[in-house]
Ligand binder design. Sequence first.
Ligand SMILES: Nc1ncnc2c1ncn2[C@@H]1O[C@H](COP(=O)(O)OP(=O)(O)OP(=O)(O)O)[C@@H](O)[C@H]1O
Ligand SMILES: [Mg+2]
Length: 319
Amino acid sequence: MATADQIKRLVKAHLDGSDEKFKTAVLQIAAYEAKQNHVNFARELKKLVDKPQIPRANVVPINKTNPMLHMSIPNNRLDSLIVSEEIKERIIRVLNEYKNRNKLKQYGMDNRRKILIEGHPGTGKTYTASVIASELELPLYTVQVDKLVTKFMGETSAKLRQIFESVESNVGVYFFDEFDAIGADRSLDNEVGEMRRILNSFLQFIEQDSSESIIIAATNNHKLLDQALFRRFDDVLHYSIPSKNEICRLFKYKLSVFEKDFIPSDKLINSSYSLSHAELIKVCDDAIKDSILQEKKITQSQLLKLINERMTVYSNKEA
Ligand SMILES: Nc1ncnc2c1ncn2[C@@H]1O[C@H](COP(=O)(O)OP(=O)(O)OP(=O)(O)O)[C@@H](O)[C@H]1O
Ligand SMILES: [Mg+2]
């Protein structure tokens, strides 16, 4: 059988969209199999790649030279995402419906696949997109909204169209981060409200899309959220700073790798309230680093000190 390296090369060539590299990888496997005396299998493989290629459909080249889409293969599991039970259940529902989409189709139903996430910075909006991609074993395409918007409206529309062509032909999780930037720059607007039109056309693309891909749009601009916007999405998730229960879980989860039975004290939990998930994770990382360097156990007082350090940054900023 093919070795792990050979399989990895094959997958990488496919994801890079390189037919040439893919063919080379298959031929390498064929050669390897021939050496193992699996002559028939080697011959079959070779025959498969020697077949004349049918030209591919009109696909936007997804590679490093396309600045609008950044492709990655994340590996972040659902259990590492600290959110409320309600949010977790709704994410699980997205995952389940995707996995059972064919069953749903038999009854004329579509899986929910257009998700809007709104909420505070550092609460896991971007991270959720990577968790969903990881759990569904799909590539994550992050749409660089800032590269999408140019001062030429026609160009912006053409780019949007290209992205949605890719949504159709390259199945994955498409993440539009801070998507409201599409319509936000009022300085680019003119009397006829063209920026608004671009945002509307983005929303229309979303509405019309019936691909297999999952579309996730994130924003921390809650003002944008009106009924018209909700309507385009199958689900809207509101993220906020961690509750005390989440703070407790976050400390336990993050520190468990290093301090197996760590239980945060009430004082620590109360002092951490108002910091985002991202900030608390930084505090945990700092505590772990301290402990490694000083060869000491992680303590509540050490964490409290780090939390206070972070809080001071804010009070100084606000002063
Ligand atoms: N709910 C969470 N559970 C676990 N880790 C989290 C969570 N939220 C944030 N993190 C950690 O913090 C990092 C930054 O969070 P993330 O980028 O997802 O925040 P965001 O909500 O997208 O913020 P922004 O609005 O600034 O884009 C993540 O990579 C992850 O390590
Ligand atoms: Mg983000």
